[in-house]
Every structure is written in structure tokens, then in C-alpha cells.
Design a protein around this ligand. Sequence first.
Ligand code: NOJ
Length: 647
Amino acid sequence: MKVRGRDVDPAGDHGLSIGRVLGRQLPGALQDVGQDARIGRPDVQDHEDGGGQLSREGLDEAPEGFDPTRGRADHDDVAPEDVLPSGAWNLSGLCARDDRLSVILWAPPMIAPLPFPERSVDNSWWREGVLYQVYVRSFADSNGDGVGDLAGLTARLDHLDWLGVEGIWLSPTMPSPNADWGYDVADYLNVDPELGTLADLDRLIAEAGRRGIRVLLDLVPNHTSDRHAWFLEARAAREAARRDWYVWADPGAGGGPPNDWPSVFDGPAWTFDTATGQYYLHQFLAEQPDLNWWNDEVRNAFDQILRFWFDRGIAGFRIDVAHSIVKDPELRTLDTHPGVHDVMRRWRRLADSADPQRILLGETHVRAVEAMAAFYGTGEDELHLAFNFPFVYADFDARLAAVVAETEALLPKTAWPVWTGSNHDAGRFPTRWCDGDEARTRLALMAILTLRGTPVLYYGDEIGMTEVELTPEQLRDPVGLRRWPDHAGRDPMRTPMQWSSREGAGFTDAGAVPWLPLGDHRACNVGDQHRDPASILSFTRELIALRRRLADLRSGAYEQLDAPPGTWAWRRGDSVVVALNLSEEEALVQGVEGMIAASTSPERRGEELSGALTLDAWAGAVVENASPWRSANRSKSRRSNNAIVTP
Ligand code: NOJ
């Protein structure tokens, strides 16, 4: 039997310390018992692919009666969920034998059947791998203050490794007064003390790197906090050296704002500065003054910021408000000033000249696919990846295919699409698209993870986490605070990650008050779904594994296929077909041959198809070894009964 590549005789007590078995130092309690921690039962499963999961909170959550300083437990056996909420390895028991602590490990059977292919090692990771957004404040709290932090995230990396994620984007980590929860940055070269320290971030980058996971930071170049030293200086006097780093304008006719621009967060986009007699621009809150990107010093300052973080080992940035950092100098209303593309090209040169090359993922919040496509430049000289908001906001029905077709048609040849359904502003797709329905959630995951492009999952998508209803007293987001009761703002989609059914959800300590309320973690959590081979989590992982296994699924061309109304089918490369039934009626998709490699109904995996695929309402399948097929635009003459006809 092998345990993480080492031969282990399962028949007894081997004297292998867990630290050695897992190939890393043990933090916390088990380190105290050090060499006395042993594999103590012959039921350790053969399991080579999973990540070890002796996380710090797992150890901190050692059961009552276990005294780490004495290195013994008064229990003979402890349920795994009492000790470790998730992970490829579960600790199923701590046993005190004589004076020695024995540790019993088991791997749930769901992990064994699928060999998990290797992650990519070259520069294709951001195209072929899956990215994952971590809203740090809500992911994992290491110190019981109710706020997620970098150390908590580091302790949960094994989950992301196990899931098969290749890169994580961290929502803002820089010091901030939190008027807009991190999107009001007061210092671009540091870490917010509530989230940790620079050393914690270094450790996160190193630990993630050891698992082959890259870390992207959130860069906020459109505006700073009004408490940033630059703005304090700028507003001190009209003659201030940094006055022109921000967008100032004299009052308009009648002494009002210079124009009628509204703030995205309601009210005018201008605030009058009494001391200096001018208005300053803020597309968002008054606490978020916009920078003036026509000023070369601002551009140079951001070059330094990019380099600073590249040197610390981050793999790139998600760029906040990428579409509108440059304002029209005459204050005319434009969705996007073309000058923004110069800045994108400048950053692309910086990212490309770093070794290894870094990537830029833009929040291109524009309504038209064409405008989004422009942010790829030639395909190789602006953003590597641009978020597709027309896709995010499309209804989840067969018309989604139209957005995908438009994207495929309009992106430059060498550009690479991005598919996402959830984020910290737009909401969670299991709620927005799927109304909490599990079948639809699986279908949405199947689409996001099998289209041509980079999927970006939002924390909790992998377990189908839904938005949480909050009372007005529980709101923290400035948007909800301003718009309640018409709009609850963005807190419902930012609630803590649901790791386990325990008090605190494995997010924070039992008894601690999380910064936002927990959702229904007893009904939906990582730990329970990890143990269930038929869960949404197992399904998500299976799809990610399939991407790794099938080259066509990673990089094959997309071609939409003829399919009956209410369904959407496409081919990837020569050998893979994906078919989704986005309707309430059973559907028959004809012309499909091959083997079902993944299905929204797990029991259909392995089914051979010889010419027809029946799909229940809201069901879908990925078919491998698929026969050559006529595409939607080549097979018109051969259609009959709205079905696909084999060529
Ligand atoms: C977009 C971010 O995603 C959002 O959360 C933030 O409020 C605004 N930009 C302002 O930075």
C-alpha cells in the first residue's frame, strides 16, 4: 500500500509519524506529541492522489478530553467530522494506547476511483486550469475573531489542491478602512492587519506554490481610499504636489457638481471639498476618490506596485474596474475611454517581461461582448483574461448559447474566454441562475467547467452554496445599507464558507461571532459532501479531473451543435461532446455516440451511447470518444424533428 507515494505495510503500527507520512511539519497540537503520533490501524486506505488534510483548525478542534500537552486522548474513538471538517484524508480517530497517541486515517471511497491527473506545469495553467475566487474575509478564520484571514486560507489550501484548482484570486488584501470592504486601499504595498501580515502572505504564496497553486491579488487602480496618504496630500491644497493625482473639477453652473455623473453606489459621483473649493470625482463611494490616469506619476507609481508584488511571487492580478479607470479629460460621458487600452498594454508589457510571465484578469464590467473583447487587444497585448459580464448576467436557459457564440465570434483569434457564474458583486449562481435547485446547479457547473475558456469558481460554488437572507441589522455592505429594503446589497453572497456542520461551520471557532452570519451549514457543507460520492462537491471535482484528463476539454475548439429546443450542445475538439437540457421536459439529442464521461446523474458515468442521448429535465452529460459530428452551421439541411442527425 502506498501513502502519498511511500510504501506502507498496512498490517499494524509502523512507527511512521504522521508528519513524515504527510511529508510536512505538523502544526499545533500534534506537533506537541511529535514522534508519538502514529498510524495505528490497518485500515488506512490506498490513496495516492489526495492532499493530506491535517489542517490547523482540524487539530485545534481536537475533541474534548484530548490534551495535546500530555499527548493523549481519553477517547477511544472520535468521529472524523469532530476532528477534520474536510480533506482527502480524514482523521477517523485518536486513540490513547499506553502513553502514546495513535492517529487513525482513512480516505473516503469516493476518492479512490478517479486517478487525479497532474496539474499543468507550463504557461498554460491560466488557460487550462480552473481559477477560484477567495473572498478572504469569509473563507477561513484562523484566530477566532470571526473574520477570515490569510493564515486560515493557508490552512485550507489542501481543499483547493484536492479540488484541482490551479490558481486563486484573493479579494482585496491590502490595508483598508473598509468603507467598501477592501476596495478602498490605504496602502498598496502591505497587508491589512485584520487579514494578516506580509509574512502570512509570503507563506500563503509558498504553501500554495508547493501544491502548484498560483496566487493572484486584487489590484484596485481606479480609486484609493480617501485616507490614502496620496489623497490626504492632494486634498490639502490646490498647489499640492499630488493634487493632480486625482480628478478635480470646479463647480458647475449654480455651484453644483461639474456634471451629472451618478455614482455606481447612488448619489452624485462628485463630492465638494470645502477647504479647496473644488469637487473630486468618485465613481463609487465618496471614500473612494478616483485617480487621474492621465498623470504619468500615477502610472509610474502603479508600475512600482505591480513590480513589488511580482517580486513577492504572486502570479498576477485581478484588476478592479478595469474598463473605466481612464476618464474623459473633458468629462464627457463614455462607457469606456479608449485611453484605458494604453494602460492595459503598459501592464501587459510588465507582466510579460516578468519571469515567469504573470497574468492579468480584468473586471471588464461592460454590457456588450464586443466592448469586453476589446480588452484583449490583439489577443496578446492587453488582458490575458477578461471577465464576461454579459454571460454572468444572462438568463440560465438555452439562450446562454447566444452569448457564448458571440464571445467565440468576437474574441481575437488568440484570446481566451473566461466563464464564471458567481462573484462577490453579482451573486451566487446556485441562487441567481438555479433558485437553489440542485439539478440546475450541477448543470451550470457542467457548462462553466466544459466551455472553451478559463472557469472561475467563487468560493462555495463547488458545494452549491446559495445566498443567505439577512436582516437589515446584519448588513455590512455600503450598497445594502443604502438601498435596503429595495436591495439587500452584496452581503448575501459574501457569507462565510461552509466547511462543516459544526458550530462555527468550520469557518470560525464555536462561540465566535462571524463577521457576516452563517448560511445553512448543516444542510450544505464541505465535510458532508466530501464523504458523499454523489454530492455536488464530488461532481465538481470529477469535472475538474476530466478537464485534466481530456486535452480536448482543456483546449479543443468550441463548436455549437444542432440540438432540440431547450437544449444546448457543443463539441470540444474532435472527441468531446457536451449536451445540456435546460428545460423542464425530457429531451432526446440524437447523433451522439461515445461514452458518458461525466453526467449530472453520477450513475450514468460509463454509459455507452450509440446514436442518441436522452436527458432528463435539467440534466447534462459530457461524452468522450464522441463521433465526428455536424455542427449547427453545417448540418442545416439534414435536420429533422429538431434533432441532430448523424452525418
Ligand atoms: C468592483 C468590485 O468588485 C466591487 O466589490 C467594488 O465595490 C467596486 N469595484 C469598487 O471598487
